[in-house]
Design a protein around this ligand. Structure first.
Ligand code: GLN
Length: 305
């Protein structure tokens, strides 16, 4: 299997040249655009690697599935989905247009920035620091990695340049979606995006979801089966924003991307996959990462449809 992963990486490395690093968060522009790596964690405990799998990257929007699970644990389904919808979008992940024209009271889904900011505002904590500590501890648990923490430089970079997210959040405060202090909610959001991980860490989250909410390495249940199924469903319909349909056709695995170049994939009852490739396509998804997942899906017969 490691041989297969090495060859899939080498077959697809050329795609990284067609993508571009995210520059709107200046710190992300410092990544190496040739990087391409993959890690697989199977539900029976096997681990496989290929390419630049040891590269650390910030998980960015992949954090949105972590905060969705935590918000659901804290509030239940009814409250969470009274604040955020589950409908796919045909617009960019940081678009503001739907908030004004379509659904001022409810961002379309928790995988776009507006929906993720609304979701994180629901997580319990006596203040922002406490709330983020809970997110970090939950991330450490579901990756099985107690040393996970944030990349301070990326966090500062996001915070100083995050005016688009600020505008989304203040708009949602004006329509009552956000009830808390906006700057505090945003600070937690910037931190969750700046959590640093490797392919293996995100593959482990994928393996937990593939295993319907139970950590395969310890047998501990962290979310209910119905929550795991719901999160995987939202990953299929919204996980790659306005490229989710194309990705479902090309790859057919519940997945979540981030502008750090990571993609987390959960193959039900089989495995979690983590890929890294910081060169992005025009929708903000890893150019090489998608191609690696497409080839693996074909080679290993992973398409859920
Ligand atoms: N931190 C990024 C942002 O808020 C996350 C977006 C992404 O990964 N698509 O713009």
């Amino acid at each position: 299997m490691n041989k297969l992963l090495e060859s899939v990486i080498e077959n697809n490395r050329h795609w990284t040249q067609k993508g571009k690093l995210a520059t709107y968060i200046p710190e992300l522009a410092k990544m190496n655009s040739d990087t391409l790596g993959v890690s697989i964690i199977t539900l029976d405990g096997e681990e496989y690697y290929g390419g630049d799998y040891e590269t650390k990257f910030t998980i960015q929007s992949i954090s949105k599935i972590i905060t969705l699970m935590l918000a659901l644990l804290d509030n239940g389904r009814e409250r969470v989905f009274s604040k955020v919808g589950v409908e796919p979008t045909a617009d960019a992940f940081n678009s503001i247009i739907n908030l004004e024209t379509k659904s001022p009271q409810k961002p379309l889904n928790p995988m776009i920035n507006a929906g993720a900011i609304a979701t994180v505002s629901l997580i319990s904590g006596k203040d922002g620091e406490d709330c983020f500590k809970r997110i970090l501890n939950f991330t450490r648990k579901i990756t099985g990695n107690p040393s996970i923490s944030i990349n301070e430089d990326v966090y500062k970079s996001e915070k100083t340049t995050g005016d688009r997210n600020r505008s989304l959040a203040y708009f949602m405060k004006s329509t009552g979606v956000i009830e808390q202090d906006v700057e505090q909610v945003l600070d937690v959001y910037f931190k969750q995006c700046s959590i640093e991980a490797t392919c293996k860490d995100i593959a482990r989250i994928g393996a937990m979801l593939a295993n319907d909410g139970v950590l395969p390495w310890s047998g501990e249940r962290v979310v209910s089966r119905s929550t795991a199924i719901m999160v995987k469903t939202i990953m299929v319909t919204c996980g790659l924003y306005d490229a989710s349909g194309q990705f479902a056709v090309e790859v057919g695995i519940p997945s979540k991307s981030g502008v750090g170049g990571g993609i987390l994939a959960a193959v039900p009852s089989r495995m979690g996959i983590g890929v890294i490739g910081p060169a992005l396509d025009s929708k903000g998804n890893s150019m090489g990462g998608i191609k690696v997942l497409a080839e693996l899906s074909k080679e290993l017969d992973l398409n859920i449809f």
